[in-house]
Design a protein around this ligand. Structure first.
Ligand code: HEC
Length: 636
């Protein structure tokens, strides 16, 4: 079959396969696109990652109030609406933003009315600032691309305040949801809401009014607690009033400097899945609370503490692949790249939506790359050595037939957006390459990785256009950074030969990396100048917090688009990460104290053959890149 043979070709091209929903975002007028890159707690203490619409769901926000009779009269109709929609495809939320209402009272109020939808408690007004409601109740419908497609009344039961019909004759909100699900235009995209006026009164505007329970706990619970609680990566818990209050100035300083929460890409036009960049509102709340006496506040304001899944952060994996035997890493010696070959037992091909790597021994595991081999080559390499796995410097030592991504310190497991996945062929071996950093004493490791599959036959996913995702990369291999140079910059460009859909971006540098910016310059046509899009902008690189960044809404880039990477390195003594003291000349290489300039891109395309063309074209481009002929020994 044509498609099958093409797909085999893809494997040999070391491809990361997957699928992606069609990007539609670019057709929408930009001002209707809503940037909701903020996690909010609901009244029950569940965190809703509004910046992470990885299910590609339609989202509906209905501003409610505990005091407005019209709002209350709509709680049962909202329950009914919730029962009649497919809650996988439509996420329906109530929103309460009145800063004078206690969380506990609001929770009690909606319990009494037996409201079944989650109610986001947002006294800081994040959602109101973005959606600008005028009344309660008022409904907002955002399509899967994040564009506002309906705002206004739930239905026409209320003609005006005090004039209530026996029942509605127009179901505006339900109709809008039905239309957007069918991809049809919405007959009435805007109606006048009837109810109580929406007022954003914040309780007096006096700084003394800021309290931990009301203003700070929601931020700390939704932004910090996943790492800052017992047993997690951060060095101390930020859970109780005391734990936060005693560090308030420190917290203000590290949040303002964007050191915490760890998230290095600067916000741009496109939001990334799971973005952790604090909003100006959150920064200002932290600061004003710290400066105004760190009040604890009323117990009734305190949000319920979120529950976190222990063990696997993404839930129970479909398959766990574990190193068959523990491996002992020597106490002293050079960095070790050990490849463990593990058969994957699956009855049929799968699309892998996410992986979650668990280092067996965090002291010694530095990073891991997961290759696939369906040719049995890696097994042979393994059998040729006595120890578990085999060591190889640089790559895996064979031509992989696929890959599932990787893990490094600071990486957070996430699902690819909207049903995307990487291709996993039945009968493949997973080659878990682990980079070990000897610690000075013998260490034992037995790492494992959880795989999460797309619950749909692979053939079905492959039939749809723009579902397949492959990877390309750009690099500059000519690094030669003089000792003491604080502003060593390198650029590299690549022009896309076909139309593609950009799905994700993975920048990579080592300890001297300072900044990296990747720009796409779209080709100019007759009436327009060339358009530039920033794909990622890292102004303050941090080797410890590199990640894979997936766009919340993948977007199109036409053939002829030029990708440009500008990277800057700091090899001075002022760089606190500099591995050499005093600084030494540093060249390209794999070891942590060498340097690298890579950026990987996850791509899809409307036509499979276009994607294949781009991948081979990119391989050729990479082969033609100049390589500096400086060996590590000469560099030293
Ligand atoms: C993804 C995990 C993660 C999240 C989310 C996170 N932290 Fe941290 N935090 C860490 C780790 C790990 C450290 C230890 C220092 C390091 O490794 O950089 C740390 C250190 C700190 C420190 C000490 C300063 C330092 O540089 O050592 C403060 C203060 C702090 N975090 C505050 C916060 C606050 C406030 C939030 C939420 C707004 C937050 N962190 C969110 C992981 C996290």
């Amino acid at each position: 079959m044509f498609l099958q043979s093409r797909i085999l070709l893809l494997f040999t091209a070391f491809l990361i396969l997957g699928s992606v929903r069609r990007a539609k975002a670019d057709n929408a007028p930009p001002d209707s696109e809503k940037r909701l890159a903020v996690p909010l707690l609901d009244l029950q203490g569940t965190i809703h990652e509004l910046g992470q619409n990885d299910e590609g769901a339609v989202r509906v926000f209905v501003f409610l109030s505990t005091e407005c009779p019209v709002s209350n009269s709509y709680l049962q109709p909202l329950n009914k609406l919730q029962q009649n929609i497919d809650t996988e495809k439509v996420h329906l939320f109530g929103v309460v933003t009145d800063a004078t209402v206690k969380r506990a009272e609001a929770a009690k109020h909606f319990e009494e009315f037996k409201l079944t939808l989650p109610v986001l408690f947002d006294p800081a007004g994040h959602l109101a600032a973005e959606l600008k409601p005028t009344h309660v109740p008022e409904a907002f419908v955002l399509n899967a691309s994040g564009s506002l497609v309906y705002r206004g009344a739930i239905d026409d039961t209320w003609g005006s305040v005090g004039r209530r019909r026996s029942g509605p004759s127009n179901h505006y909100l339900a109709d809008a949801i039905a239309a957007v699900l069918r991809g049809r235009p919405i007959a009435t995209p805007k109606t006048n809401p009837v109810g109580c006026l929406f007022e954003s009164f914040s309780g007096g505007g006096d700084d003394a009014a800021f309290t931990f329970n009301r203003d700070i706990a929601p931020i700390v619970y939704s932004r910090c607690l996943n790492c800052h609680r017992d047993g997690q990566v951060a060095p101390f818990a930020l859970e109780s009033y005391e734990q936060v209050a005693k560090r308030a100035d420190w917290i203000v300083s590290v949040t303002e400097d964007r050191i915490m929460p760890p998230w290095i890409p600067h916000p741009g036009h496109n939001t990334f899945v799971g973005e952790r960049w604090l909003t100006d509102r959150e920064l200002s709340l932290l600061k004003r609370w710290a400066e105004s006496g760190r009040a604890r506040g009323d117990e009734a304001d305190l949000p319920a503490r979120p529950e976190f899944a222990e063990g696997w952060r993404l839930g129970k994996p479909d398959l766990v692949v574990k190193m068959p035997k523990p491996f002992t890493v020597y106490a002293n010696g050079p960095d070790l790249f050990q490849n463990f070959v593990i058969p994957v037992n699956i009855p049929s091909d799968q699309m892998v939506a996410a992986i979650e790597f668990h280092p067996g021994n965090k002291r010694v595991v530095h990073h891991s790359v997961l290759f696939l081999d369906s040719n049995g080559v890696a097994r042979k390499l393994d059998r040729a050595t006595a120890e578990p796995g085999y060591s190889n410097f640089g790559g895996p030592g064979f031509a992989p037939t696929g890959a599932l991504g990787g893990w490094s310190v600071g990486n957070t497991p996430r699902r690819l957006p909207n049903g995307m996945g990487r291709y996993l062929k039945k009968g493949s071996d997973l080659v878990m390459q682990i980079h070990y950093h000897p610690t000075g004493k013998e260490e034992v490791d037995q790492s494992e990785v959880g795989l999460y599959f797309i619950k749909k036959p692979v053939e079905e996913t492959l039939k749809e256009p723009a579902k397949l995702v492959g990877s390309i990369w750009m690099a500059n291999y000519e690094m030669d950074i003089p000792a003491g140079e604080s502003n060593y910059s390198r650029t590299t460009t690549y022009t896309l030969p076909k139309d593609v859909i950009m799905v994700g971006v993975v920048p990579h540098m080592h300890l001297l990396g300072k900044s990296m910016k990747v720009i796409a310059t779209l080709p100019a046509n007759e009436n327009e100048d060339a358009i530039e899009k920033t794909l990622i902008d890292i102004r303050n690189w941090n080797y410890n917090w590199q990640d894979e960044y997936y766009y919340d809404r993948p977007f199109k880039l036409p053939a002829g688009t030029r990708l440009t990477i500008d990277a800057v390195f700091d090899n001075s003594a002022d760089n606190s990460m500099n591995p050499h003291s005093p600084p030494k000349r540093v060249t390209w290489g794999e070891e942590t104290d060498d340097e690298m300039l890579y950026c990987f891109f996850l791509l899809s395309a409307e036509k499979t053959e276009d994607l294949i063309h781009v991948i081979f074209h990119n391989l050729q481009h990479d082969a033609e890149q100049p390589r500096a002929r400086i060996s590590r020994a000469e560099g030293e």
